[in-house]
Design a binder for this molecule. Structure first.
Ligand SMILES: Nc1ncnc2c1ncn2[C@@H]1O[C@H](COP(=O)(O)OP(=O)(O)OP(=O)(O)O)[C@@H](O)[C@H]1O
Ligand SMILES: [Mg+2]
Ligand SMILES: [Zn+2]
Length: 255
């Protein structure tokens, strides 16, 4: 007979036990019967899910200005077809994967954009929303392209960090809303964008919609400026190229 390598057999780990949760007798490894172990796991998962949901809701409240948090899609002032668009549109990755909402003021473009952004946010993907100017900034909170471009060079390290973080999120998030294109900070002379803002806008769009040809990073853009006005605002160097890029990458919806 071969010599035994181990003289002591492992003690049986499974034995008769009493479940600490329900008091039933069962045979197993731990102090819980199968049903109670599963129930504890379910409670833990549910707790985690609720905690994640709470964090998501808080992030949304920080991102979406209060004015746009609740939209009644039967409201008479909204543009026709907008409610249907909100039901239908999904961001894509190639082709015309982005959305450009154009039309006169007050028809609900920003409301629709936030409703679409929210759906993507709720699904757990990263989203960001920027106003082209600085309309959504408050206190130390920076959420505007023009203000972030300016404040990235602030002497206050908190502000410059916040501005850089905002611009970085705008570059990398899975869906970006850029609201009110054409309302960027103007240069003091002509009615055009300041050089730095124009450059940042161009670089942002180039990065998200052009460089990443295979997996474009979609955007939702809104504007109430007619195409010709927008082109003039963007300036002679960037106007036409930027509009061409948007036309190639966006489904254009007029409301
Ligand atoms: N609770 C509400 N639910 C739905 N619509 C509302 C509600 N309150 C106001 N409105 C409508 O929303 C409109 C404004 O929506 P929104 O700001 O999205 O328009 P917009 O097209 O983005 O305008 P702009 O081009 O000036 O930015 C108002 O004109 C009003 O008719
Ligand atoms: Mg708007
Ligand atoms: Zn039990």
């Amino acid at each position: 007979m071969p010599a035994s390598t181990s003289s002591t057999a492992a003690a049986p780990l499974e034995r008769e036990r009493v479940c600490v949760d329900c008091g039933c007798a069962f045979t197993g490894l731990l102090g819980l019967c199968g049903d109670c172990a599963q129930a504890r796991l379910d409670r833990a998962n549910e707790g985690r899910h609720l905690a994640e949901q709470k964090v998501r809701q808080e992030k949304w409240r920080a991102l979406c200005p209060p004015l746009y948090q609740d939209t009644d899609w039967t409201h008479g002032g909204l543009g026709r077809g907008l409610a249907e668009l909100v039901q239908r549109w999904q961001p894509g990755q190639g082709g015309r994967s982005s959305l450009l909402l154009t039309g006169p003021t007050g028809l609900g473009k920003t409301r629709a954009a936030f409703a679409l952004l929210r759906r993507v946010h709720e699904s757990g993907r990263s989203v960001h929303a920027l106003h082209a100017g600085d309309a959504w900034d408050h206190g130390p909170h920076i959420q505007g392209l023009s203000s972030a471009v300016r404040l990235q060079y602030s002497d206050d390290p908190h502000r410059s960090q916040a501005a850089l973080h905002c611009l970085q999120r705008a570059r990398t998030c899975s869906l970006l809303l850029l609201d009110d294109v054409g309302k960027e900070r103007a240069s003091p002379t002509a009615g055009q964008l300041s050089e730095a803002v124009g450059e940042a806008l161009f670089a942002l769009i180039e990065h998200r919609l052009v460089h990443r040809l295979v997996h474009r990073l979609p955007m939702i853009l809104t504007t109430n400026a007619p195409g010709t006005t927008l082109q003039a605002r963007l300036g002679p160097d960037r106007g036409a190229p930027l509009i061409r890029r948007l036309m190639e990458a966006c489904e254009v919806v007029g409301v």
